[in-house]
Ligand binder design. Structure first.
Ligand code: PLP
Length: 385
């Protein structure tokens, strides 16, 4: 039997799931190939042939550091957002005694929440701060969770399902006033909104290349100079002795190029994305469906639109749109496997009659008004039948 996906020619696909992953940047893709095929040397080797890959790593670290106003030595390459999040939490907690505690919030990505479960299992404490009905953390609520045993606070910069952006600078100030280390998962934010780590004051920050037009399976952890973290991968002396393993030079080079391109064009990209979003919302309004848009509409990542349709079924919407070659998500990519109301939608207390009809559309700079119009048209057809 023919796979149903084959019925849709890939060139006809409307990709509106950019929070799940993004298309690789052209220049990054071209440059990547050179380090896979020609300059394929191991950057740790001393001979002349390794000079190019060694230099490429150095340049990539400098480019990335500049994009977020960090120092090159503060950038450590990892295999992506999940590893960076795991490392930030385990790497700090394991330096402390078993009864110490950390704080996070209830709408983090599972890379954070499941790492928290792990450290609880091995004897540490985790306190969870609630969010309000647009997904914002109120500083006074975070303050109430701080105890003399708290050693780490981890709060995401922007949520992957609803796009809400947290007041990271203020939350970080509160942490520092109490001598607590502050980590932020910036996987959805970096390359899409301006980030200055010195201004924010964060101690650790996670990033993943495939969310900003880089390749999959590569990312980095920003570790502020002077912050100690326990190594998680033991072996060779790569990455300042903090993370062993031969570096994925091609992917690192591509990540740096993709981030630089996004950061240089950040304002234009923001405007293009916002324009498509505004157009989509205008078209949607005209359908007169009963729906709500979730998240903090005054302070969210452009492009992420989380909609709950009354008395609808998000899974059904996703699959019916898929048949028309339209890619959206029901929540986070991980949740779509579990097929239930996501922890984020539960945390912001969307009522059941709307919650089950939730989909996430995530536009990028390349989406067009024509595509937005077509998505609304298909939604109209599906919900009216
Ligand atoms: N953190 C957030 C907020 C994410 O959205 C994701 C991926 O969806 C991750 C972490 C995990 O990143 P990766 O896919 O690079 O492991």
């Amino acid at each position: 039997m023919k796979d149903v996906n084959c019925l849709v020619k890939m060139k006809d696909v409307i990709y509106a799931d950019n929070a799940a992953t993004t298309k690789i940047d052209n220049k990054a893709y071209i440059e990547m190939q050179r380090f896979l095929k020609d300059d394929y040397s191991n950057p740790s080797q001393p001979y002349v042939f390794s000079k190019e890959s060694k230099l490429a790593l150095k340049r990539a670290r400098e480019i990335i550091a500049k994009c977020i106003n960090a120092e090159p030595e503060e950038i450590v390459f990892t295999s992506g957002g999940t590893e960076s999040d795991n490392w930030a939490i385990n790497g700090i907690m394991l330096l402390h005694q078993k009864n110490k505690r950390m704080i996070t919030d209830e709408i983090e990505h599972h890379a954070i929440l499941n790492t928290c479960k792990f450290i609880e299992k091995i004897g540490y404490g985790v306190d969870y701060v609630t969010v309000n009905n647009v997904g914002q953390i109120e500083i006074s609520n975070l303050e109430k969770k701080i105890s003399e045993d708290t050693v780490l606070i981890s709060i995401m910069m922007a949520n992957n399902e609803i796009g809400t952006i947290q007041p990271i600078k203020d939350l970080c100030n509160l942490a520092h006033k109490n001598n607590i280390i502050f980590h932020t998962d910036a996987v959805q934010a970096i390359g899409h909104i301006p980030i200055d780590v010195k201004d924010l004051g964060v101690d650790l920050m996670s990033a993943s290349a495939h969310k900003f037009n880089g390749p999959k399976g590569i990312g980095f952890l920003y570790i502020k100079s002077g912050i100690n973290v326990e190594s998680m991968l033991h072996g060779g002396r790569q990455e300042f002795g903090l993370r062993a393993g031969t570096e994925n030079v091609a992917a690192i080079v591509a990540m740096a190029i993709a981030l630089q391109n996004n950061c240089v064009n950040i304002e234009t990209n923001l405007e293009k994305t916002k324009e498509v979003e505004r157009f989509f919302l205008g078209e949607l309004q005209q359908t007169q469906f009963d729906y709500i848009i979730n998240g903090d509409l005054n302070n969210k990542l452009p492009g992420i639109i989380n909609i709950s349709f009354k008395n609808a079924n998000g899974e059904m919407l996703l699959h019916r749109l898929d048949l028309k070659g339209i890619c959206v998500s029901t929540g986070s990519a991980c949740d779509s496997v579990e097929n239930q109301i996501s922890h984020v939608i539960k945390a912001i207390k969307v009522s059941n009659e709307y919650a089950e009809g939730t989909i996430r559309i995530s536009f990028c700079k390349e989406n067009t008004q024509q595509e937005a119009k077509q998505i609304v048209q298909e939604l109209y057809n599906i919900l009216n039948n």
